[in-house]
Write a protein that binds this ligand. Sequence first.
Ligand code: MLT
Length: 271
Amino acid sequence: MAVHHREARVNDGQLRWVETGPEDGPVLLLVHGFPFNSRMWRPQIEEPPPGWRLVAPDLRGFGGSGPAQDERLGMDVLAADLAALLRHLGTAEAVVAGLSMGGYVAFALLDREPGLLRALVLSDTRAAADTEEARATRLETAEAVRGAGTPALTDGMIPKLLSEETRRERPGVEQEVRSLMEAAPAASVSAALLGMAERADSTALLGSIRVPTLVIAGEEDQLTPPEDARALAREIPGAELELVAGAGHLPNLERPDVFNRVLGAFLSGLS
Ligand code: MLT
């Protein structure tokens, strides 16, 4: 299927996205994690759910989109870009799937523009804000990255991103993840770290979610452990939960067969 690379002026910056599927199909918006870009969704872009218009943006500061612009990249700013992108695409609503930081952005979108969400997919993410300790670590890492560049993050983070099974049996995934991370500009990495450190606690939103929700996470995720996924599924009325065996923080890349099947079944079930 043809894959299009598009870009447009959105809010005060230039946004790029990858798109595939019929232009008049319902929109599936895939929101990448930190510090990645839309290429993180390669296995989903290569096998899009039939009939869906799959749209995978590069969030501001990442991939081919314009720079972060500010020292701090707030989840609300990223959500506002997505709302503007959906309007640009002429769609009234979308299924929004966010992985990790993409989930934080999905919560910010839900908070400011709930009407834009037809359904929600939350992968390897959490609703809670950072603890004091996590916040302090983020600020230290941001400073290190500003000094030494993105490698100050990469080496420590990769072992926590992937399951042991992935690292042992699918070394290509590790290479892909490393190359995605190395592509992230240090200024954007630092800005997103500061933005995540200050993000709002979305726990109070969960009980008010009225759209169909799929919570999917790697069973061996060390960064957002399965307890976080279970808590989301417990708090969101009617949410489905799927834990992916053999996957860590990036089940869409580590076990794309399972991820695509579960996502496809969820989308097919939407009336
Ligand atoms: C991500 O994958 O987006 C990050 O692990 C999110 C985070 O650091 O909280």
